[in-house]
Design a protein around this ligand. Structure first.
Ligand code: PHE
Length: 326
């Protein structure tokens, strides 16, 4: 038999094969040690030099081709076999695979990052302070007298270590910062604060605040208003009206509360005022040389307004049905 028809015959047989074991006998028949192609190699010794070279080369090529065809067929049959087994065992191989879900940032973290980005563009540095404070930083240095109601046990979570507490606001970071830095400066301080309170849809024992502090030679509440208008416009993505009302905080004088107008309602969003001279003194800055404003806004409140969330507790109870919406 000449090499060409040997190859064609082999091709046909391989194509028709349906069982792996038949493929094995084809392998023996052609490629194996006693197979047809080996026989051709054995017969080469009786040929002339020139013919030996020619036929030897052809035989080698055909051996490779047949080996390749058998391997391909073997893969095909193996695949058929496994899917047949899967069908019989009840596994539906046509089902889409399970997608591995990537995690994402908590909605409050997303809102905080956005707030920091906006203030960052307006030249504010991001500063942080400790969650655990002593009475001096949380109260005294902020001009909160010993008998002020904010010091009541009711509002403050005290630690077992005497005079240490969980900060009730981010204002103590004003003092930390001014002890180490001279004006002019503008900073914002994001952070968690804690209150000893009953929880309901608008109260949590922990929540986030953003403190702001801008100090220079002649900073006024007009600067504060301009910065807030710019901030809320960027945060909500549209013009937001803002209203100042008189307020009271021991560490600012005068003090104000600010409301923004959203969905035809005025909403209180922050407390603010001009830094009280006693606060400058507590941080060892001369109140005759410097003036500035401070503000504190509720981050949870802003996130609730932005995403129309009606219960602050949703941020803290880890319910994936809620968290996965962001
Ligand atoms: N620390 C105040 C609060 O927690 C908010 C505030 C900050 C008011 C800075 C004035 C200036 O209510």
């Amino acid at each position: 038999m000449d090499l060409k028809s040997l190859k064609i015959k082999a091709q046909e047989k391989i194509q028709k094969t349906k069982e792996l074991k038949d493929l094995d006998s084809l392998w023996r028949e052609y490629i194996g040690k006693k197979g047809k192609i080996s026989k051709i190699f054995n017969a080469l010794k009786d040929l002339s030099e020139e013919e030996r070279r020619k036929i030897g080369k052809q035989a080698n090529e055909i051996k490779e081709q047949i080996r390749h065809l058998i391997e391909e067929k073997r893969k095909e049959l193996l695949e058929k076999e496994t899917s047949k087994q899967e069908m019989e065992s009840g596994i539906d191989v046509t089902l889409p695979g399970k997608k591995i879900e990537g995690g994402h940032l908590h909605p409050l973290t997303q809102v905080l990052e956005r707030i920091e980005e906006i203030f960052g563009k307006m030249g504010f540095s991001i500063v942080e302070g400790p969650d655990i404070e002593n009475e001096w930083y949380n109260f005294d240095a902020l001009n909160i007298p010993k008998d002020h109601p904010a010091r009541d046990l009711w509002d403050t979570l005290w630690l077992k270590i005497p005079k240490l507490l969980l900060r009730t606001h981010t204002s103590p970071v004003q003092i930390h910062y001014m002890e180490k830095n001279n004006p002019p400066f503008r900073i914002v301080v994001p952070g968690r604060v804690f209150r000893y309170e009953a929880t309901d849809f608008s109260h949590e024992i922990q929540f986030y605040q953003l403190e702001g502090l801008m100090v220079d030679k002649d900073i006024s509440l007009a600067n504060l208003k301009a910065i807030l208008i710019q901030f809320f416009k960027n945060f909500f993505g549209r013009e937001v009206k803002i209203r100042f009302r008189p307020g009271y905080f021991p560490f600012t004088e005068p003090s104000i509360e600010a409301d923004i107008r959203l969905n035809r309602k005025w909403m209180e969003v922050l407390g603010a005022g001009m830094v009280h001279p006693n606060v400058f003194k507590a941080a060892r800055l001369n109140p005759h040389n410097w003036q500035g404003f401070a503000f504190g806004m509720g981050v949870d409140r802003l996130a609730m307004l932005k995403y129309k969330i009606n219960d602050i507790r949703l941020f803290y109870n880890g319910d994936l049905r809620f968290l996965e919406q962001f």
